[in-house]
Design a protein around this ligand. Structure first.
Ligand code: PLP
Length: 431
């Protein structure tokens, strides 16, 4: 399979270059030249999510040096549970994507990319150094995924004092091949510093830097697996295709679902739940696509002013097709809070603020389509956002074991100003 950039001026003859480059040379995002289409008989015997992953991913790894490792990569990536849990009173399910090491769905993509990059790099002399700027969640998932892997190092840039205590633990408690930098500034200062490093010829000649940001195909692609597998299991049991409601920011998770459906897996309607950053909804409603200032909300991992995967979506489909394939809704902070309270009291389910947007979108559906089968995609565990959730439910949220073990470790990090000079001094010492 070949891959081409959304801007048409770069291509790759196998996924290996796509994974290593992250972003295409022309500034666009990679997409497969054409999507494989699967027939029911090809997947309806699939018993486990691992089986589904092998079926779905193998065409994408044609001509890849990783082809023979693919089964192991899949097993390493999907080593935790991804259950679809039925709510007893309605035809409603929760797809729980938060049982990984950092208790959010980003673990799936981060672990897949980590496993691929470490295997692609295993025969090289010097380590690959992954740079990640994070506003909180992504850095933790990337650090957890790369920790302890041979011949790769990770440098995390996070804004000093602007991440929650638990997020800070997930960024700084690793040590070994993970270096955490607390940057005096905002998330934008972190991102700018990373861009400066990539533009600096001396540094780039001295080290092998790469990135693991969310536009890398290696993070997007594995996310299609849990939609495909939920669709297959549900369809085999009920003969009905499940509909999905997905908390959406950068549109990585949502696009993975759209791709899964496009490849022929049994998936019904797709609804994107946005917070007050509602550009995708306005676009579907007919507005021009434009980036806007990001609005801070309670669902902060979805605070995105310019969803980068829109470039992939509009490159794949016409506007009319997009309107036909997805719908979107925007949920305010007050609605997020009220839904956390309602769900706790009426259903005994504690939601994180992101999952709350999807749950609220479900509550707002017209009664006639509520009779269909719906899956709310639960993107994070509420214990990650205890400062928001606990006052609303007036009680404690139990901390899952994975998170607990991180919270007991000491922090290791260095403080730097967002300057290339300080970064250079640090890398001279620690790389
Ligand atoms: C990143 C994230 C989202 C948004 O996912 P996108 O792929 O950026 O649309 C939703 N919920 C949680 C908990 C997240 O961490």
């Amino acid at each position: 399979m070949k891959y081409i950039s959304t801007r048409g001026k770069d291509f790759a003859s196998s996924i290996d270059d796509v994974l290593k480059k992250g972003i295409a040379d022309d500034g666009g995002l990679f997409l497969p030249e054409s999507l494989p289409i699967f027939k029911e008989k090809e997947f309806n015997d699939s018993k486990s999510i691992i089986d589904t992953a092998k079926i779905l991913l193998s065409p994408f790894f044609e001509r890849s040096a990783l082809k023979k490792d693919l089964d192991n990569i899949i097993k390493e990536c999907l080593s935790f549970n991804i259950p679809s849990v039925k709510y007893e009173k309605n035809n409603l399910w929760y797809l729980e994507l938060f049982h990984g090491p950092t208790a959010a769905f980003k673990d799936v993509g981060a672990r897949f990319l980590a496993s691929c990059l470490s295997k692609l790099n295993k025969d090289k002399n010097d380590p690959l150094v992954i740079l990640v700027a994070t506003s909180g969640d992504t850095g933790g998932a990337v650090a957890a995924a790369f920790h302890g892997l041979p011949n790769v190092k990770v440098i995390i840039f996070f804004p000093e004092g602007k991440v929650s205590k638990r997020q800070e633990k997930q960024l700084t408690s690793w040590g070994d091949n993970i270096l955490a930098l607390s940057v005096k500034g905002s998330f934008d200062s972190c991102q700018d510093l990373v861009k400066k490093v990539f533009a600096d010829h001396d540094l780039m000649a001295q080290y092998r830097f790469s990135s693991a940001n969310s536009i890398n195909m290696g993070r997007l692609l594995p996310q299609a697996i849990y939609y495909a597998h939920t669709g297959i299991s549900h369809y085999n049991k009920t003969n009905r295709k499940p509909n999905f409601i997905i908390p959406t920011g950068n549109l990585g998770n949502g696009l993975a679902c759209i791709l899964s459906k496009q490849m022929g897996f049994p998936i019904g309607r797709i609804v994107l739940a946005l917070n007050e950053n509602k550009m995708i909804k306005d676009f579907i409603d007919g507005d021009q696509w434009e980036k806007r200032e990001t609005i801070q909300t309670l669902a902060n991992a979805m605070d995105v002013g310019n969803a980068s995967n829109m470039e992939r979506l509009t490159s794949l489909f016409s506007f009319q097709d997009i309107q036909r394939k997805i719908s979107a809704t925007s949920i305010s902070d007050d609605e997020i809070k009220n839904e956390i309270i309602r769900s706790f009291h009426e259903q005994n389910i504690i939601l994180c603020p992101h999952t709350s947007t999807a749950s609220c979108a479900y509550q707002n559906l017209d009664n006639d389509i509520k009779t269909e089968d719906w899956v709310i995609v639960a993107t994070a565990h509420p214990a990650k956002f205890e400062t928001i959730v606990e006052p609303l439910i007036e009680g404690k949220v139990n901390i899952p074991d994975e998170l607990k073990s991180i919270l007991n470790k000491p922090n290791h990090f260095y403080q730097i100003k967002p300057s290339l000079k300080e970064f250079r001094e640090l890398t001279n010492k620690y790389l």
